[in-house]
Design a protein around this ligand. Structure first.
Ligand code: PEP
Ligand code: MG
Length: 589
């Protein structure tokens, strides 16, 4: 037995035989005589066009079920016919390379340039370029798809997976994916999540383990147990471990079945207080699952995912397509689109931001709009166009990281400017609800000075804890401080409720705390009536709310405000939640 740990990339438990996918065999290119060059350039052009059409067809096929993920392959199709790539390859042909050697060398050159950028997101594009170059080589040599057929249900292990290989793996026999490289935002991980295939990436020691597995190849092969939620991967598990994973697999399946069965139940307390449960999503591809699990709208559409892993921002039309897809998927429920929250720790190569000593306190999110308003104006215009034909208030846009009235007014000015430009151009548009994220304590403390001018606000508890308690949210060494149920945060939640009530603005919570079933009791007790969360959290929060009544919510609010520490609040609320669940269970028996 050999236990490895990686980055969780797609939730779910898989147990099965390991199939190692080695790197695709490299077809060696050759040399040509100068008089063959023109014919070779023409042959390459035809192969690039064929690869482009093939990729477009693949994108359309995937798009029928997963529109967001299809974008990866539309981008690949464009890359396959990229004039710069063609030119670089032609240069090689003119000095004697044949088309295969030329496109390989050109692909390698571009990939090396991307890798040299020393930025994880841009570096990830190198895989895409090599993937596309490989496909062009296949067209030149007449090779078929390189993926394994998988004779039986299996877990595949590889150093990394190209997007096209991931898309062509036989899904019905693919139990799970284990990758030595890659990150949770890599295309392979995004596709695995869209397909619901458990995946763990960035696994330390997997490369060595794969070599051993290939070397040892017994009849039975190596068995792997993999948990895509925790990142645990066990090779050759012993009986006890196998039984533990098997229980987790059954429990995960049962939990999903139960969550789906309960999706239509209203989130209402025993004595009739209704709470609206919304979904946090990162793209249109996540809509169907959230609707299925009973989300009554989107409380947080993190638009930054549309901007990552590319070399230029998405156009207004591209954003319109994405926003409209989400609005249609959730109709008639509301959708809140968050303006770009990048900068600081989330750099985007095509958005110039000077290096900063304290990125979390730096030019992040809406703060970028002072110097670079264009990107936000495009977002606002796309959102306004996505709102055409929807009742007022259906489509909302909120600004992240606002600190006070000056930032809130910047949002209002940008929205007015976006609207004027649409009016001037005669482009159809709808009305947006405008709001802000409350994630900097200052914004809550002075909420009375700007909330009356807004339709809504949403509390980002992840950053609110970070900025209230001075706890870097990404620093693993601070785990003991990362308990979000800090009484200071909860007192700020209470103040936000009061400020929004006084201003007539709607309030929701969209940080991780909103999806924590125990914390949800406190939030509702403190007066929050809308909670937005990852779709997988909807069932647990709904159950907690249905188990509560006014007395329980009062008690939760008391525990939340009393503290004295975050651990005390967690312990008090957990005990209350357990009591309520027991009472619920007894009533059902
Ligand atoms: C938050 O800060 O709580 C939030 C929802 O935003 P993000 O996690 O995207 O910063
Ligand atoms: Mg935030």
């Amino acid at each position: 037995m050999h236990t490895l740990t990686g980055t969780p990339a797609s939730a779910g438990v898989a147990i099965g035989p390991l199939v190692v996918i080695g790197p695709a065999p490299v077809v060696a290119g050759g040399r040509i005589a100068p008089e063959q060059a023109d014919a070779e350039v023409a042959r390459l052009a035809a192969a690039m066009e064929a690869a482009g059409s093939e990729l477009e067809a693949l994108a359309e096929r995937i798009g029928a079920e997963h529109p967001a993920e299809a974008e990866i392959f539309f981008a690949h199709a464009m890359l396959a016919q990229d004039p710069a790539l063609a030119e670089a390859a032609e240069d090689r042909i003119r000095v004697g390379d044949d088309a295969v050697a030329a496109i390989r060398a050109a692909g390698e050159r571009f990939a090396a340039e991307y890798r040299a950028m020393d930025d994880e997101l841009i570096a990830a594009r190198a895989t895409d370029i090599l993937d596309v170059a490989g496909r062009i080589v296949d067209r030149l040599t007449g090779a078929g798809p390189a993926g394994p057929a998988l004779e039986r249900p299996s877990i595949i292990a590889a150093a990394d997976l190209t997007p096209s290989l991931t898309a062509t793996l036989p899904r019905e026999r693919l139990l799970g994916i284990a990758l030595a490289e890659g990150s949770a935002t890599a295309h392979a991980a995004i596709l695995a999540r869209a397909y619901g295939i458990p995946a763990v990436v960035g696994i330390w020691g997997l490369a060595e383990a794969m070599e051993a597995a290939v070397g040892a190849a017994s009849d039975a092969g190596t068995v792997v147990a993999l948990d895509g939620a925790t990142g645990e991967v066990v090779l050759d598990p012993d009986a006890a471990t196998l039984a533990r994973f098997e229980r987790a697999r059954v429990a995960a399946g049962d939990a999903v079945a139960r969550a789906l069965a309960e999706a239509a139940l209203p989130a209402v307390t025993r004595d009739g207080l209704a709470v609206t449960l919304l979904a946090n999503i990162g793209g249109p591809g996540e809509s169907a699952r959230a609707v299925e699990l009973g989300a009554r709208g989107v409380g947080l559409f993190r638009t930054e995912f549309l901007f990552l892993e590319r070399t230029a921002p998405p156009s207004e039309e591209e954003q319109l397509t994405a926003y409209r897809a989400v609005v249609e998927a959730f109709a008639p429920h509301p959708v809140t689109i968050r303006l770009l929250d990048v900068g600081g720790d989330k750099p985007i190569p095509y958005l110039p931001i000077a290096p900063e000593a304290n990125p979390f306190l730096g030019v992040r999110a809406l703060r970028l709009a002072w110097d670079q308003p264009g990107i936000f104006l495009t977002q606002l215009r796309a959102a306004m166009r996505a709102a055409v034909g929807t009742p007022p208030g259906t489509v909302g846009v909120m600004a992240p990281m606002i600190a006070d009235a000056r930032d809130a007014d910047l949002l209002l000015r940008l929205a007015a400017e976006a609207r004027e430009s649409l009016v001037a151009a005669g482009v159809a548009h709808g009305e947006l609800a405008l709001g802000v994220m409350l994630e900097i304590p200052a914004a809550i403390l002075v909420g009375d000075t700007y909330l009356p001018r807004l339709a809504f606000a949403s509390i980002g508890t992840n950053d609110l804890l970070q900025y209230t308690a001075a706890v870097d949210r990404g620093n693993r060494a601070l785990a003991r401080y990362q308990e979000s149920l800090h009484p200071a945060v909860l007192r700020l939640v209470r103040q936000a409720v009061e400020a929004c009530d006084a201003a007539g603005a709607t309030l929701s919570v969209c940080g991780e705390m909103g999806g924590d079933a125990v914390a949800a009791l406190a939030l509702v007790g403190l007066g929050v009536r809308k909670l937005s969360m990852a779709a997988s959290s909807l069932a647990g929060v709904r159950r907690a709310i249905r188990s509560a009544d006014a007395a329980a919510l009062d008690e939760a609010a008391r525990i939340a405000l009393a503290g004295p520490t975050a651990d005390d609040v967690r312990a008090g609320l957990s005990a209350l939640a357990a009591r309520l669940a027991d009472r619920e269970g007894a009533a059902l028996r």
